[in-house]
Design a protein around this ligand. Sequence first.
Ligand code: UD1
Length: 427
Amino acid sequence: MDAIWIEGNRTLSGEVTVQGSKNAALPVLAATLLVPGVTRLLNCPEISDVSCMCEILRHMGARVERRGKEVTVDASELTGCRILPEHAVRMRSSVILAGALLGRCREAFFFQPGGCVIGDRPIDMHLWALGRLGVFFSGREGEIRAQALRLRGAFVRLPFPSVGVTQNAVLAAVGAEGTTRLTNCAREPEIGALCRFLRGAGADVREEGGGEIRVEGGRPLHASTFWIDADRIVAGTYLAGVLAAGGKAFLRQAPWYELKAALKAARRMGAVVRTESHGLYVERTGRLLSPGELVTGVYPAFPTDLQSPFLAAMCLAEGKSSIRERIFNGRFGVAGQLNRMGADIRIGGDRAFVPGGRRLSGCRVAAGELRGGAALTVAGLCAQGRTVVENCHFIRRGYEDIVRDLKELGADIGNETEVPPDEGRQV
Ligand code: UD1
């Protein structure tokens, strides 16, 4: 059974090391396709999205070896440039492979991803940005063929600072002839990670500040070794866990300098937060207060990926609170499951209204997507009785082992191997 059980209403106490970042690892893995040599990635998270990306790279002809957190990609010779529909469906971010494939082979085949559980995820801006670099598109039965007889540098001002579009454009620009100037780029830390990796492999990629990136394309790339930094969203999820359950925790390696908006919210909610050179200490022993309204936005604003875990904690806070989601248009799916636990969240347009002051009660709930699944686990930590979160394969897309980590923080939690058919069905 693909489920996690949690015996809730127990404060946390302990230390845990935060895993490597999913959103840094995936574009760096895509970028290895630009390198006609061997790339070694260290601290690569052991999550299913990384497995899927490795499978896609193998399908392109790269030789990929994975030993724990070390991944070696030898892309000296590629044999294909087609992303299969089954890969595209499993991982929407596979679209960023298009930029790398175009940069290396001048051609890529991929699929238009459909709507998704966190809202529409169109790829119009990806296509437009690649088009600015000389890419032409044709399509048949949902498959898009991207081709560039001449891939050439250009001035590209993104209409919106999209993370994926910035990555795609940088990857294509590295393989293009001449200078590309990208403005209004995303400034998420994962963009910096990709640029650092590319520089380490010999590319001329300069982050000019103010959302501008300048790429001198066509430099020969070579073998390199790259360390994937810690995952700010995993750290933020465990922070939300401490807020919800109470107690104290030290999150080793947590990149607190990338989490300023979340730390500000945590302080407003009554937590004591101390930043240290090698991690983040968080304590919530007093009352859990409402943070008022949290508004998601592009970095450095409050990250959309953390709104669900914080939503879970806000259910218990004293006083009303709300979340305004400004990045994705359908990202409150988890509210229905939290309401099954007694949260009483109401959705109106791009806002979730949380009455607060509720005691959640454990029951069987089901994850519908990655961060929603993590949020249900957070809710389970503070609920009365036993919560069972089903469909945990969604959680494994981004969390190495949420059960192991929360156990280290003192939670009473486990993987459910077999559940008696009616256990936990209290609603
Ligand atoms: C990345 C992250 C994801 C995070 C998101 C926002 C990865 C693997 N995923 O996703 O975890 O939640 O950034 O921080 O790093 N858009 C368009 N047209 C396009 C592309 C995007 O309209 O062609 C819209 C999206 O629908 C969304 C907004 O732009 O509303 C932001 O999306 P984007 O920044 O591109 O997110 P992703 O790169 O998909």
